[in-house]
Design a protein. Structure first.
Length: 138
């Protein structure tokens, strides 16, 4: 059994949902695993990770619209120290989550044909994001 853990720094992204599957696949090439799992964890409370449609970009636009509708512009927010997008970003991060575990088969992510890994960037002016990637397998 092999165990690898490393960090992956992502460049800053605009607010919205962005495919980062390629960055994870590129990292995986450095740690050959026939069969195993990869866990990806984002070290931030105003961004998230999820898996969804990888072919049609309108899905990412609709995802952003949906989460904005349920979390943005609430009069009752108290936590606004870093701006109007502060509390909505925390709520979106909590709903969507901070980690993913994906099977690895023949050194590739064993995702469905139309699945991709999303970075949910929930801040208007975000900085770079850091992921912790843990790979376990044979």
């Amino acid at each position: 059994m092999k165990l690898h853990q490393t960090s992956l720094k992502l460049n800053s992204y605009t607010r919205g949902f962005h495919l980062i599957t390629f960055e994870i696949e590129k990292l995986l090439l450095q740690y050959p695993i026939s069969v195993g799992t990869i866990t990806v964890f984002i070290k931030h409370t105003s961004a998230s990770l999820s898996i969804n449609e990888n072919a049609d970009s309108s899905v990412r636009i609709d995802m952003e619209s949906f989460y904005n509708d349920i979390a943005d512009n609430k009069e009752y927010y108290i936590h606004t120290y870093e701006g109007d997008d502060d509390m909505p970003a925390h709520i979106k991060s909590s709903i969507l989550g901070q980690s993913l575990t994906i099977p690895i088969t023949n050194n590739k992510l064993n995702l469905g044909v139309w699945q991709g890994i999303y970075l949910g960037e929930h801040r208007n002016k975000a900085s770079s994001r850091e992921l912790v990637v843990t790979i376990i397998g044979e």
